[in-house]
Design a protein around this ligand. Sequence first.
Ligand SMILES: *[C@@H]1O[C@H](CO)[C@@H](O)[C@H](O)[C@H]1NC(C)=O
Ligand SMILES: *[C@@H]1O[C@H](CO)[C@@H](O)[C@H](O)[C@H]1NC(C)=O
Ligand SMILES: *[C@@H]1O[C@H](CO)[C@@H](O)[C@H](O)[C@H]1NC(C)=O
Ligand SMILES: *[C@@H]1O[C@H](CO)[C@@H](O)[C@H](O)[C@H]1NC(C)=O
Ligand SMILES: *[C@@H]1O[C@H](CO)[C@@H](O)[C@H](O)[C@H]1NC(C)=O
Ligand SMILES: *[C@@H]1O[C@H](CO)[C@@H](O)[C@H](O)[C@H]1NC(C)=O
Length: 376
Amino acid sequence: MTSDAMVRLKLSCLFLCVIGFSIVTLLCLYLPDKQIAYNIGRLSAFNASILPSSHSVQLFHTKKNEEVVIAAVICGNRTSQALVMIKSAIVFRGNSDLRIVVIAEKNIQQEFDETLRYWRLLTNDSFSYEIHSIIFPKEHSDEWRKLFQPCASERLFLPTVLNHLDSILYVDTDTLFLSSVEDVWKHFSQMNSSQLAAMVPEHEDMNVGWYNRFANHPYYGKLGLNSGVMLMNLTRMREFDWISRLAPVLEKYRLYLTWGDQDIINVIFHDHPDKVYVYPCRYNYRSDHCMYMSNCKSAEEDGVAVLHGSRSTFQTNKQPAFRALFNAMSQYQLGSDPVKYLLEASASLLNETTSTNCGRLAPIFTHNMRLMFQTV
Ligand SMILES: *[C@@H]1O[C@H](CO)[C@@H](O)[C@H](O)[C@H]1NC(C)=O
Ligand SMILES: *[C@@H]1O[C@H](CO)[C@@H](O)[C@H](O)[C@H]1NC(C)=O
Ligand SMILES: *[C@@H]1O[C@H](CO)[C@@H](O)[C@H](O)[C@H]1NC(C)=O
Ligand SMILES: *[C@@H]1O[C@H](CO)[C@@H](O)[C@H](O)[C@H]1NC(C)=O
Ligand SMILES: *[C@@H]1O[C@H](CO)[C@@H](O)[C@H](O)[C@H]1NC(C)=O
Ligand SMILES: *[C@@H]1O[C@H](CO)[C@@H](O)[C@H](O)[C@H]1NC(C)=O
């Protein structure tokens, strides 16, 4: 061997060493410094066999499109449920530039930070996130905090808490995306310049509606609004001076607010119906839409976009189809093949619920997954 070749060989060795060292260093930097306590799914370690297969490639496009901002308020024992919702948003992020905004009590913020940091790693930094603390105004602070579910009314104050954001898609922690997040977000472009929020009707049917039968306060339209999946144009809410309208409603109706903050929203939109845009029930699909009979036409036609497990249907056995979908998403590991481990898993869990009214409608729950993962 000539000395020239020797030098080249040495240089190659050195080069390989440097590359190898860099990779190890990078891996060490990226790996979370602590064992993350996952209380959802069975995320273990990296496993080449669960990396994206060809089916899921389209989910991992990094083409930057419009930013979609999804916000949730989390208190008490809702952490694991909220993480399943966030996971579904990541799975169904489509081509959007997804930002997750968590507003949570201090003692659970670290768990969100660690889990979301790990999920960014698993999905090639396909979304960003930010974490904020819960803040209530000084006036009526305790009353706001305890209205309805713990800290649910924080969502009323998001125009100031998230002062740096133009618009968000607010979702309750007991929701799941079953279609692309852009499918919901696109309704911002349908709203006219006076509309500052989008919501679905509380019911589709006067005979079983709650507000028209029981409410002792004004509410929007014939059946009221459900606020579980709500597009909020925070800029317009600030222009409308939303926050200063809240306390007077609380003071006037405090004895009648069965559903807390949702009732306050209904009172405000009763007085200002031009400010709200009503979108179809498939964007906030609840067991009321299927438990007696199917009454959500948009879901029958285009599939459920967002599932809402209100009245604990994700945790209890009241509606096995809702629980089945929650369990499928809970068990799904980000980065693994969504056709096999999410779509097929959902279909087979739903198949065990076909004796119930909601379970009989199984195809409307998986319709958009099939389209998105291109199995039809
Ligand atoms: C990887 O996943 C496959 C299928 O889920 C499993 O059979 C295998 O044991 C896993 N390997 C490791 C190292 O965890
Ligand atoms: C949270 O705790 C309450 C009261 O203990 C319980 O009824 C509820 O089911 C729990 N929620 C979740 C999501 O675990
Ligand atoms: C990860 O993202 C970068 C750009 O953000 C892109 O160049 C790269 O191809 C992506 N990797 C995978 C495996 O998708
Ligand atoms: C929200 O409203 C502001 C002010 O009208 C507007 O400039 C902005 O484009 C709206 N945001 C979205 C997402 O439509
Ligand atoms: C927006 O739509 C609502 C409901 O159709 C209507 O009442 C309102 O006048 C519209 N606003 C504008 C600026 O067109
Ligand atoms: C659903 O269950 C029936 C019988 O229990 C079975 O024959 C069928 O193959 C199942 N379908 C799917 C998609 O799992």
